[in-house]
Design a binder for this molecule. Structure first.
Ligand code: ADP
Ligand code: MG
Length: 549
């Protein structure tokens, strides 16, 4: 069969154009991306070989080998992982398969500076090889198959694919370096890059130089399995970057080991900025599940609830069988208990952070509060803990307020926590619904996240105080002591005049309103809309109507 030339998917062509023309300063990340792919490929092989031992084919010494060749101007990155067949080479390296790269492609602007910042933010996986190489050759042989394939491209719109010879399984990537990128053929430089970005990779990255010299560059141990005292801040950060595919630093690192009834290790991170897919409707978790250091999956929704989906990191259990299948992971009692433990640990840790450094905690809340609040209606068991962690905007003060702060500032005679929800903070602050409250100095919490209306409909109280919508007619300002004057009696028209006015309004408004009543709550505005007790909150009603429910 002769070689075939195929076109890249158009998104790939656009992406490659940017990658090859961008003067991106951190080109060295190409090595991290290729080593990370090699490591994933070895994880996949280990997993597949659990049920199909023949795949090992006598070679169970998994590793990545880097071979620089200055005379030829090439850098070779070889692994003995799962490998790819012809269709996989075409599918994986000719289209945008993974979500991160897809997001990158979707956000590309064509403006070089902006797009370069995006490379930093998302990474561009395999395609980053073209930042340093003018031609990339991939020779791959899938585990269990005899035929190998060669994929070649110069990154300009098309690639070729054809048969190749390869003695063992796995993938060998040959980078023909561009002029000016010779630094990546220097062993010192390579060794430095590997230690910086890939030290935690759970398989050896070996540097081989022509004269039979070979050296393992990384420490190659599963970081989460090491005692905390042996791990440096840099190593945690490097590991976070690896598992999260992100470039920010972790806001919180949680590393623990449980022994006894359940035996597991956790190395979890809360990012300092929102992951790009945080509000993806699928609300998937991204934690990686290992069983005794063998990678099982990073698509396991049984490990954390959707309201903790921003967590990144690793869970390693010693209580699951190694050949655990996807089906077995569902409704698994071991996972259910680990999940409970994660929920509790994370909530406790957040609580400690909130007590320790208010400003730092508020940064977390701004990024992930809207997600955490989903737990208020999805997980009644953790409702109290989440309410304690929640922060709100207020009608009476700037900054963030907790429910406990609110309760501490309640007025004499006030027995409820008043809230109002809407789309925009500024709009809520000036809502006529709040006039009466403001006149008496009664604080109202201002809720502007879409999720707020959903939990408000199920959360009835906190610390014995009912939560009440300030937009309800029954709001009980009368019983609250305040400095403001009530509407002065001489300003009030007599009952007959008022009765005529109300009757006239009712007639004009007809079915558009349920009732028209005199209000003692307004100080500046002439009228305001309010919800009757027992009816849906006004903002929720509007939201539901928008969604035609
Ligand atoms: P990602 O690693 O996030 O999926 P990449 O662009 O880095 O995205 O790689 C695309 C896909 O190509 C991978 O998902 C994998 O299926 C395949 N791939 C890349 N490198 C290798 C390799 N060394 N061995 C096997 N498959 C690979
Ligand atoms: Mg990758």
């Amino acid at each position: 069969m002769t070689d075939q030339t195929l076109q890249f998917q158009s998104d790939v062509t656009r992406l490659l154009h940017i990658v090859t023309h961008a003067l991106y300063s951190q080109k060295e990340i190409f090595l991290r991306e290729l080593i990370s792919n090699a490591s994933d490929a070895c994880d996949k092989l280990r997993f597949a070989a659990q049920t199909e031992a023949d795949l090992w084919a006598g070679d169970s010494d998994l590793k990545v080998v880097l071979t620089p060749d200055k005379a030829a101007g090439t850098l070779t990155i070889a692994d003995n992982g799962i490998g790819m067949d012809r269709d996989e080479l075409i599918g994986n390296l000719g289209t945008i398969a993974r979500s991160g790269t897809g997001e990158f492609a979707a956000k590309m602007t064509g403006d070089a500076a902006k797009d370069m910042a995006l490379i930093g933010q998302f990474g561009v996986g395999f395609y980053s090889a073209f930042m340093v190489a003018e031609k990339v050759e991939v020779i791959s042989r899938k585990a269990g198959e005899a035929q190998a394939w060669r994929w070649t491209s110069d990154g300009s719109g098309q690639f070729t694919i054809g048969e190749a010879e390869k003695p063992g399984r796995g993938t060998t990537i040959i980078l023909h370096m561009r002029k000016g990128e010779e630094e990546f053929l220097e062993s010192l430089r390579l060794s430095h890059i590997v230690r910086t970005y890939s030290d935690h990779i759970a398989l050896p990255v070996v540097l081989e130089e022509g004269d039979g010299k070979s050296e393992t560059l990384n420490s190659a141990s599963a970081l989460w399995a090491r005692p905390k005292s042996d791990v440096t801040e840099e190593q945690y950060q490097g590991f976070y970057h690896h598992v999260s595919h992100a470039f920010d630093d972790p806001w919180l690192t949680l590393h623990t080991r449980a022994e006894g009834k359940l035996d597991y290790s956790l190395l979890l991170f809360v990012p300092s900025s929102r992951p790009h897919d945080l509000f993806d409707p699928a609300r998937k978790s991204a934690l990686r599940l290992y069983v005794r250091r063998v990678f099982i999956t990073d698509r396991c929704d049984e490990l954390v609830p959707p309201w903790l989906r921003f967590l990144r990191g690793v869970v390693d259990s010693a209580d699951l069988p190694l050949n655990v299948s996807r089906e077995m992971l569902q409704h698994n009692p071991v996972l259910a208990r680990i999940k409970q433990a994660i929920n509790r640990r994370v909530l406790t840790e957040l609580d400690k952070k909130a007590a320790r450094d208010v400003a730092d905690y508020e940064k977390f809340w701004e990024a992930f509060g809207p997600v955490l609040k989903e737990g208020l209606y999805e997980d009644p068991e953790h409702r109290e803990a989440i309410l304690k962690l929640a922060r709100f905007r207020s009608s009476q003060r700037d900054g963030w307020v907790s429910l406990d702060d609110y309760i501490a500032a309640m007025k004499d005679g006030q027995s409820a926590i008043y809230v109002i929800s809407g789309e925009q903070l500024e709009q809520l602050k000036h809502s006529p619904q709040l006039e009466g409250f403001r006149a008496k100095g009664v604080e109202v919490l201002l809720l502007t996240d879409p999720v707020d209306d959903f939990w408000l409909s199920v959360v009835r109280d906190h610390a014995g105080k009912p939560l009440k919508s300030a937009s309800r007619a029954g709001a009980d300002l009368d019983g609250i002591a305040g400095s403001a004057d009530e509407t002065k009696s001489e300003d009030r028209p007599d009952d007959a005049t008022l009765g005529t006015l109300i009757a006239a309004l009712k007639q004009v408004l007809g079915d558009a309103v349920k009732d028209v009543r005199e209000s003692k709550r307004l100080t500046d505005s002439a009228v305001c809309l309010s919800a009757a007790d027992g009816d849906l909150d006004m903002h929720l009603e509007r939201l539901l109507r928008q969604h035609k429910q």
